[in-house]
Design a protein around this ligand. Structure first.
Ligand SMILES: NC(=O)c1ccc[n+]([C@@H]2O[C@H](COP(=O)([O-])OP(=O)(O)OC[C@H]3O[C@@H](n4cnc5c(N)ncnc54)[C@H](O)[C@@H]3O)[C@@H](O)[C@H]2O)c1
Length: 352
C-alpha cells in the first residue's frame, strides 16, 4: 500500500492499494470518531461494493445510511444534488457526521458538493472506484454539479478527510472506463514527467495501476498544495479540458469524460505543434500513446459547434481564454488567447 499526504488548507492521506474497502471502517475511525456515515454511491457501484463498505463501517462502530442514485454524468445535476442533501437531513446527519463517496468522479463530485454545503459543510471521505477518480477527481477538493449550460458550473472547494483508493475495485471497471482513466493519467504525465510518460509507452497503464495512481496523486498533491483554489498553477490540470468539455457537451455525453479529454489533448497538442510551440516529436508521441491506449484523438463535431460550447465554459475569462499547451513531454505552458481565436486553434488541431 502507498500513502500520499496532501497538505492543503486541511491535510489528509491518500491510501492506494488492494483490500482497502474491506478495512475502510477501521481506517476511517483513525480520523473520524464513530458517528453516522451517509454512504453515497451510484446504481452500478452500490451492488458491487456498498455492502462491503457498510459492513466495515458498522464493525468499526459507525451507523450507516445509504443513498443511491442512477449511474452516469446525467445524474451530476442540481436535482440529484437536492435529493442527496435532503437525504442527509432526513437521516438527521449533524455537523459531526460525514459523507462517504463510493464510486467514480460523478459520485465524488456530487457527494463532495453535498457534504460541502449541508449544514455549511460536513466531512467527506472519498472512496474512488474508477481509475479516473483515483488519479484525479478524488484528490484536491474540487466538487461540483453540471448545469444545462455546461459542466461543473456550480460547486465548491471541499477537501476530503481521507481518500481510500482500493485498487481491487478497478478489476470490475468496464474497459471503456479504464481507458477513460488512462486519458487523465496520460494528461498527468504530459504535464509532469518524461519518465512516467516513457514508462507508459512501454508498459500498458492497466499493468501498472498502483504505480500510475501514486505518480499522478503525487503530482496533483504538489499542485494542490501550491494553488488549492485554482488561481494560478492548478490551471495546468485543465490540459485538454477546454476542448474536452465542449466535446463532452456537444456529444450529449456519449463519450466518457476521459475520452473527451483525450480528444481535447490531441487537438491542443496538434495545434501547439502547428504553431511551433510543441516539438513535432513530442506531439507525435502524445497522439500515438493516446491511440495505443485505445482512446479517440479526433471528433466529427464541427469547430463552430465546439467553439460555441467552449465559450460557455467557466474557464473563460471575459474575452479571453486560457489554453494549456504542451511544449515537450513533462513541460506545458499557459497561453491566454482571445476567445474569438479559439476556433482557429481548434482548426489547427484538426477539427473540421
Ligand atoms: N473534481 C475533480 O477534480 C474532477 C477531476 C476530473 C474529473 N472530474 C469529474 O469526474 C467525472 C467523471 O468521473 P468517472 O469517469 O469516474 O465517471 P463515473 O463516476 O460516472 O464512473 C464511470 C462509470 O463507471 C461505473 N463504475 C464506477 N466504478 C466502478 C467499478 N469499480 N466497477 C464497475 N463499474 C464502475 C459508474 O457507475 C459509471 O457508470 C466527470 O463528471 C468529471 O467532471 C472531477
Amino acid at each position: 500500500m502507498r500513502t500520499v499526504r496532501v497538505e492543503a488548507s486541511s491535510a489528509y492521506d491518500v491510501l492506494i492499494g488492494p483490500g482497502l474497502l474491506g478495512e475502510c471502517g477501521a481506517r476511517i475511525a483513525k480520523v473520524i470518531a464513530p458517528c453516522t456515515a451517509a454512504l453515497v454511491s451510484d446504481s452500478n457501484v452500490a451492488p458491487l461494493y456498498a455492502a462491503r463498505v457498510r459492513e466495515s463501517l458498522e464493525t468499526a462502530g459507525f451507523r450507516v445510511a445509504e443513498f443511491r442514485f442512477p449511474a452516469g454524468e446525467r445524474s451530476k445535476n442540481l436535482e440529484v444534488w437536492a435529493e442527496t442533501v435532503s437525504f442527509l437531513a432526513e437521516n438527521r446527519l449533524g455537523r459531526g457526521d460525514f459523507v462517504a463517496a463510493l464510486g467514480g468522479g460523478v459520485t465524488g463530485d456530487l457527494a463532495g458538493f453535498a457534504a460541502s454545503a449541508y449544514q455549511r459543510g460536513i466531512r467527506c471521505v472519498q472512496l474512488p472506484t474508477t481509475l479516473l477518480s483515483a488519479v484525479d477527481s478524488s484528490v484536491g477538493g474540487k466538487t461540483a454539479v453540471d448545469l444545462p449550460q455546461g459542466k461543473n458550473l456550480v460547486g465548491s472547494f471541499h477537501q476530503p478527510s481521507l481518500v481510500l483508493c482500493d485498487t481491487d475495485t478497478l478489476a470490475t471497471l468496464p474497459d471503456v472506463q479504464l481507458r477513460s482513466g488512462c486519458a487523465e493519467a496520460i494528461k498527468c504525465a504530459v504535464l509532469s514527467s518524461e519518465e512516467l510518460f516513457a514508462r507508459m509507452e512501454t508498459v500498458p497503464i492497466p499493468d501498472m495501476l498502483e504505480d500510475t495512481i501514486t505518480a499522478c496523486v503525487e503530482y496533483k498533491r504538489g499542485v494542490v498544495a501550491r494553488d488549492e483554489f485554482d488561481t494560478g498553477e492548478r490551471a495546468f490540470l485543465n490540459l485538454g479540458h477546454t476542448v474536452g468539455h465542449a466535446v463532452e457537451k456537444c456529444g450529449g455525453y456519449a463519450l466518457t469524460h476521459g475520452e473527451a479529454v483525450a480528444v481535447g489533448l490531441a487537438v491542443v497538442t496538434r495545434a501547439a505543434a502547428a504553431r511551433g510551440i510543441c516539438s513535432p516529436r513530442a506531439a507525435e508521441r502524445i497522439v500515438a500513446l493516446l491511440e495505443k491506449t485505445g482512446l479517440p484523438v479526433t471528433t466529427d463535431i464541427g469547430a463552430t459547434e465546439l467553439f460555441e460550447a467552449a465559450l460557455s465554459d467557466k474557464k473563460r475569462r471575459g474575452d479571453s481564454i486560457r489554453l494549456i499547451l504542451p511544449e515537450e513531454i513533462g513541460r506545458c505552458r499557459i497561453e491566454t488567447v482571445p476567445a474569438a481565436d479559439l476556433i482557429g486553434w481548434m482548426r489547427d488541431g484538426g477539427v473540421r
